[in-house]
Design a protein around this ligand. Structure first.
Ligand code: GDP
Length: 397
């Protein structure tokens, strides 16, 4: 079995891991139970700082399915003035953005740089040259079909431009990949509007961390940010998001573990409107074990957003763990069946030698990678820049 076949087989095996289980599972895990919805312990709201704009906390007995009590909502406030400490640190103290990107992608770069050098040091552009290049790109997890497409384009371009030297092919390859990954002009439009951003993805991919990092960036730019802890299935998720809200100095709207996620979203929308918030970041629970429930839950949240805040700019971002390679692509495909995804946050690229996955995901899904995570720190989330990304992996130092 050649490398090509082996990788195809391996990718298939990996992607099978996340396949959903049958619809027979207990659906309460996703949608919450009646009892959970009725839970009425009012949480202590002392944490709300004096700088919060007034926000009425009141409950009602006559609630519709998605207007559950806000009595249990916990509101934690932001300091209006100072930006988050970590991100206030001058850029040059920590190294420039590109330097940090290169550092974050070092594993990918190191793993392929030797074979790339040897490929481009060849004497002729022949079948062996293309075969070796193919192996190298697949090794970086660019995926079989993406690699094939890019190599087809490269072959064509080489012919058209009468390129004879393998070394000259390298720039061409870099250009082709950059073109594939270019972002539309309005990719970050939501940052400049009053927006509601749904963050979806399975547990452990870096959702909470990415929300924290995003909030810190927005706060640094003077935006008013609210986080909504709508992943109510794990107490730890709520605690962790609260911690990130403190770190990034954003507001947070949360309820008790087990509350109806849509009720949290409802409360957060009221708060966002009342406080004239710029960006509302909604953390959701995204388990893939039951597609119908996931779809119902996301659909319900979207309906509430549409009804309660029709003027808001809506953005849905999926968080994927870059270290899971082709499995991340498989997850994205499944989520794409239940949600309209506007962009991808690809995390943990510092922990993998397979940074080519960003290229594969972008090409195969037709959904742009908008942010990349290159470390655990509050500043380790970057806007995706195809030019820098491809240079950080492929270009000579
Ligand atoms: P969630 O379950 O999806 O909310 O995931 P978390 O935000 O809790 O993240 C899971 C783990 O991944 C935590 O230990 C994070 O610190 C870590 N993590 C998240 N993003 C990155 C990243 O870009 N790089 C690295 N190295 N770790 C990350």
């Amino acid at each position: 079995m050649g490398l090509f076949d082996w990788i195809k087989k391996d990718n298939k095996a990996e992607s099978d891991i996340e396949k959903e289980e049958p619809d027979t599972k207990d659906t309460d895990e996703i949608s919450g139970t009646d009892e959970q919805e009725k839970a009425s312990d009012t949480k202590d709201t002392d944490e709300a700082s004096d700088t919060n704009e007034p926000y009425e906390v009141s409950g009602t007995d006559e609630q519709t399915e998605d207007e559950a009590s806000i009595a249990e909502t916990e509101i934690s406030g932001e300091e209006e003035t100072a930006p988050p400490e970590d991100s206030a640190e001058p850029e040059d103290k920590k190294g420039g953005i590109f330097k940090r990107l290169v550092g974050g992608l070092a594993k990918t770069r190191n793993s392929i740089s030797e074979s790339l050098s040897s490929v481009f040091a060849a004497n002729h552009i022949d079948d062996d040259f293309y075969d070796e290049l193919e192996e190298t790109l697949i090794m970086a997890d660019m995926g079989v079909s993406t690699t094939m497409n890019i190599l087809d384009e490269l072959r064509e371009s080489v012919k058209k431009k009468h390129i004879k030297e393998p070394a000259d092919c390298k720039d061409l390859l870099i250009e082709l990949i950059k073109e594939q990954m270019s972002l539309k002009e309005n990719a970050y439009e939501y940052e400049n509007k009053k927006s509601v951003v749904m963050i979806i993805g399975v547990n452990g991919v870096g959702k909470t961390t990415s929300i924290g990092k995003l909030a810190a960036q927005f706060r640094k730019n003077g935006k008013k940010v609210i986080m909504a802890a709508a992943d109510t299935f794990r107490a730890a998720a709520i605690e962790q998001l609260t911690e990130w809200a403190h770190r990034s100095q954003a507001d947070i709207i949360s309820q008790k573990e087990g509350a109806d996620p849509s009720a949290v979203v409802y409360d957060a929308l009221q708060a966002a409107k009342a406080r004239n918030t710029d960006i509302l970041l909604i953390d959701t629970a995204g388990r893939l074990h039951n597609k119908k429930n996931l779809m119902d839950e996301l659909g319900k949240m979207n309906r509430i957003i549409e009804r309660e805040y029709p003027d808001a700019y809506k953005e849905t971002l999926i968080v994927l763990d870059g270290t899971t390679g082709q499995n991340a692509l498989e997850q994205a495909k499944q989520f794409k069946q239940v949600a309209d995804i506007d962009g991808i946050i690809l995390t943990k690229l510092d922990g993998t030698a397979k940074g080519g996955i960003a290229i594969a995901i972008h090409a195969e899904l037709g959904v742009p990678v908008k942010y990349i995570g290159v470390g655990e720190g509050i500043d380790d989330l970057q806007k995706f820049n195809p030019e820098s990304y491809v240079n950080a992996i492929f270009a000579e130092e």
